[in-house]
Design a protein around this ligand. Structure first.
Ligand code: UT7
Length: 332
């Protein structure tokens, strides 16, 4: 796949408020032991009253721009992957554009469940390899806590809020993105969704817009899909799974992550996991995980990385990157 574009900056934002499993024990019929053993999650972050998807995206985006040494005014495009936008209309990307002063940037959101960030990233690479744009900010940001039914123990224990961002730039050299794969199966749309204002199945929900999920079905789909998508994208890139240095899967449930890694034959030291502290960050999940992998020194120049996610849609997305961090030091 001929393509240009390098990730030159990365950043994250997690709200301050920590919601622990012990606190959830007081809210619903659950236990720290159940949540930790069934999901691997011990705590998650929750937005403050004055925080939204766009305010978190702005913070993560500013940090990514700093790392890239890029002025907001140089951005051509901002793409926000999210499932919990501040407003139904317009997309949160417009609020981000204004807040960071990206005066000449176009902006739009992508809503593809927890795969949104990888969809947005793949889209950014297309704009760069076509020659249309040179500097793009890609954000995954979600405040799913706003859509949680805090009486539903099947969902309220899983999700947390946060944002991750990367800057993708045209650098005139081969891309760090070797291959991507996006997929959808709208036949599974009822397995995980938030009803809309005029939802075809539920109408306007009387008790608010809450996450509705068939957990077991999503679990089965997740394990199979993350493994199959990873296998396929690696094959399409002309590589083998054994070539991969770091596997960064969507952080939904540690049992899903470990089952997918086992099926792929990826040893645990090559699997990145941070969900213990954040839970499922939805669209922000792969973005924050990539950012933390860099911050923790888990990625070095030339390393091959799989980013893979699944989610509402049903959706899935996978990407192989050859990490080239030195590019961030180049002048624009
Ligand atoms: O980004 C995509 C987002 N979604 C996902 O990734 C969800 C994927 N699914 C999952 O992660 C898991 O299915 C869950 C964590 C949601 C549930 O775990 P599970 O091992 O599939 O549990 P289950 O639904 O099969 O339920 C087992 C038992 C049930 O009780 P009984 O019927 O055996 O008596 C549930 O009522 O566990 C019960 N249960 C709980 N117990 C304590 C369900 N939720 C809880 C809870 N605390 N929070």
């Amino acid at each position: 796949m001929a393509a240009y574009g390098l990730i030159t900056g990365w950043g994250k934002y997690l709200p301050r408020r920590v919601l622990t499993n012990e606190e959830l024990e007081k809210m619903v019929d659950t236990s720290d032991e159940w949540i930790a053993s069934r999901t691997g999650i011990r705590e998650r972050r929750i937005v403050a009253d004055d925080e939204t998807v766009s305010t978190m995206a702005v913070e993560a985006g500013k940090r990514a721009l700093e790392v890239a040494h890029l002025a907001p005014s140089s951005l051509d495009l901002i793409i926000v992957g999210t499932n919990s936008p501040d407003r139904l209309v317009p997309g949160s990307a417009f609020l981000v554009q204004h807040a960071i002063g990206a005066t000449k940037a176009a902006a739009f959101d992508i809503a593809a469940g927890c795969s949104s960030f990888i969809h947005a990233l793949a889209t950014a690479y297309q704009f760069i390899s076509s020659g249309a744009y040179e500097n793009i900010l890609v954000v995954g940001s979600d405040a799913v806590s706003r859509y949680i039914n805090w009486e539903d123990r099947g969902t309220c224990i899983l999700f947390g809020d946060g944002a991750g961002a990367v800057v993708v730039q045209a650098k005139g050299v081969a891309s760090d993105m070797l291959q991507f794969l996006l997929g959808s199966d709208g036949g599974g749309a009822d397995l995980l969704y938030v009803p809309g204002v005029c939802d075809r199945t539920t109408g306007t929900p009387p008790n608010g817009h809450h996450v509705i999920m068939e957990g077991r079905e999503v679990f089965k789909f997740a394990v199979t899909t993350m493994a199959e998508a990873s296998r396929q994208v690696v094959k399409d890139a002309g590589l083998q799974i054994s070539d991969i240095d770091l596997f960064i899967p969507h952080q939904a449930n540690d049992r899903i992550i470990q089952a997918a890694a086992r099926s792929l034959g990826i040893p645990s030291e090559k699997v990145f996991v941070n969900l213990e502290h954040y839970g499922n960050l939805s669209a922000a999940s792969p973005a924050v995980a990539l950012c933390e992998a860099v911050e923790q020194g888990r990625l070095k120049a030339g390393d091959l990385v799989i980013l893979v996610a699944f989610g509402a849609g049903l959706s899935w997305a996978a990407m192989v990157l050859r990490w080239q961090p030195l590019a961030s030091k180049e002048k624009v």
